[in-house]
Design a binder for this molecule. Sequence first.
Ligand code: SF4
Length: 197
Amino acid sequence: MQPPYLKVNEIFYSIQGEGPHTGMPAVFVRLAGCSMGCDFCDTRYAFAQGTEMSLQDIVARMESYPCRNVVLTGGEPTEQDFPPLASLLKKRGWTVHMESNGAHEADVSAIDFLVISPKKYVCQEMLTKAHAIKIVVGQKSDLEDLKKYFHYAGTHTTVCLQPESNLQENIDLCVDLIKQNPFLRHSLQTHKMANIK
Ligand code: SF4
């Protein structure tokens, strides 16, 4: 597959359910593929399944919705050549958000709001560019290891703790950590609670 084609798992219109923009209507473009292989991944269906689409076809589909916020997500969007799509959308007046695991250095110059959710490894450069760092916290998490992300919290970057799978024991863990470190923020997966896509 050569650019300007992207392998797209799905395009849908919904409401951002997690992170600092919870509640924001957005068109989600889920690009296929991710090589990270996390145990708790809730988008495994996007690893292989997808349709090759031209940028023009992607934008035409997106512009059938009455909204100009986009969330580029996956899978892992940086495993495909997403920058031409991000630039095109920006030129057409979209506000471009992207969610990435930050494992690969990428051109994010056309991204208005970059959320990095570090997993097994992460690129330092991507962390410094992030507007939000979203850390998934579960019972198996190494809490001392997660603390290395806390110092990124500041005026440019929000650091959120997100309880894995919305489980109560993970919520309790996050709440304790946030109360001890009040510069952190909580991120629940509200779309799962509300049973919306
Ligand atoms: S990085 Fe994200 S998309 Fe990739 S396997 Fe992990 S949770 Fe799933």
